[in-house]
Ligand binder design. Structure first.
Ligand SMILES: [Zn+2]
Ligand SMILES: [Zn+2]
Length: 362
């Protein structure tokens, strides 16, 4: 048996983080995260992205007028049509439980979305956050907004009357699909319909616990982007309205998933050049890696799996970090990106050496 290379430790500054427990040479695969616990491929890309391995059909030359569609598809009754890059991917997807269940739920969400059309006779009044956000967002304000929407969804008749004219936005549907994919996985794991693959060092097979262990960014996220709260509440009401009965028991966890999406999700890109973002995914184990602007680990997605490989040799007890952002930017741009999307001020070595000395008299 090989000796473990890495260890999860609690740090004083950044929650839990991964450390090397022996010297590791460059190019070593130190961690693998098998499947995203939530994901969505954007509507515009669905025919061009393999539902099993996320391979993109038009890697070099996508034209809006002539998108290249994968030739193999699965059209099940009561499920959304999905496309595959190869017969092998189709067979893998069809023999699994989660993919077809997600396609079934997505079909329901798609139908329900059509039914949320705006009623032209209504004056645009939305009972969710009718007064708009206050200047200073507090946790109490967010909690009260969620309590109000709980009240709305507790009465089925009122909920369907609300949803039938709520005019759900396209992006709100994408968020709903992402949350629903997580709910399906929880349902499957609760019912032991499949043994979910676990990563090499996280021994728990409970993917769901990993999701809840992620850091919530609800307050900083809503404070920075107050409009996101209304979108989340609408997604919640929409899911309460449209999820099938057997999944409704999981709606109380919608808020937990939404609170963890920002700051933990990674874009699903067309390739290393990152020309087009095809959707996003939440690889729960990946979030154990802290950020550094001079990272020693790089992440590579192969199909649904995220691999983490050392990008240089690492000493014993060195912290293992990936970069969450484009590290070719200036220190000011990097700090801004990290603050806006991950809500922290980077104190990595590179930032400390590059940033203007705040203590200096100028
Ligand atoms: Zn494929
Ligand atoms: Zn930094």
């Amino acid at each position: 048996m090989t000796q473990p290379l890495i260890d999860l430790r609690t740090t004083l500054y950044g929650g839990r983080s991964l450390f090397a427990i022996q010297p590791i040479i460059e190019g070593t695969n130190i961690f693998t995260c098998q499947v995203p616990c939530a994901h969505v491929i954007y509507k515009d890309y669905r025919r061009e992205v393999c539902a099993q391995c996320f391979a993109y059909a038009a890697s070099n030359s996508r034209s809006i007028d002539d998108p290249r569609t994968w030739g193999i598809k699965s059209c099940r009754t009561n499920a959304e049509t999905v496309w595959f890059c190869t017969d092998e991917c189709k067979v893998t997807w069809e023999s699994g439980v989660i993919g077809p269940l997600i396609a079934g739920v997505n079909a329901l969400l798609g139908k329900a979305k059509i039914a949320t059309r705006k009623n032209p006779d209504r004056d645009g009044y939305d009972p969710i956050l009718p007064n708009g956000p206050p200047t200073q967002i507090t946790q109490d304000y967010i909690d009260k907004a969620w309590a109000d929407v709980e009240e709305l969804v507790s009465c089925r008749a009122r909920l369907s009357s609300y949803c039938s004219t709520m005019n759900l936005e396209d992006m709100e549907l994408e968020i709903s699909r992402s949350v629903a994919s997580a709910i399906v996985q929880r349902y499957v794991s609760d019912h032991r319909l499949a043994s979910l693959a676990t990563s090499s060092i996280i021994t728990t097979s409970d993917l769901w616990k990993e999701v809840l262990d992620l850091q919530s960014s609800e307050l900083p996220n809503v404070s920075l982007r107050p409009y996101i709260l209304a979108a989340h509440l609408r997604v919640y009401a929409f899911l309460c309205y449209s999820l099938p009965k057997h999944l409704r028991q999981y709606v109380p966890t919608v808020r937990h998933i939404l609170a963890r999406d920002t700051g933990n999700a990674f874009g699903i890109w067309d390739g290393d050049n990152r020309d087009e973002m095809l959707g996003w995914g939440l690889w729960a184990g990946a979030s154990y890696f802290n950020h550094s602007c001079c990272p020693n680990v790089k992440k590579t997605r192969v199909g649904r799996t995220m691999h983490f490989t050392t990008s240089r040799s690492v000493e014993i007890d060195e912290e293992l970090c990936i970069s969450y952002i484009d590290t070719n930017q200036t220190v000011t741009q990097r700090k801004r990106d990290l603050q806006n999307s991950w809500f922290f001020a980077c104190r990595c070595q590179r930032c400390q050496s590059e940033e203007p000395d705040e203590a200096s008299p100028h």
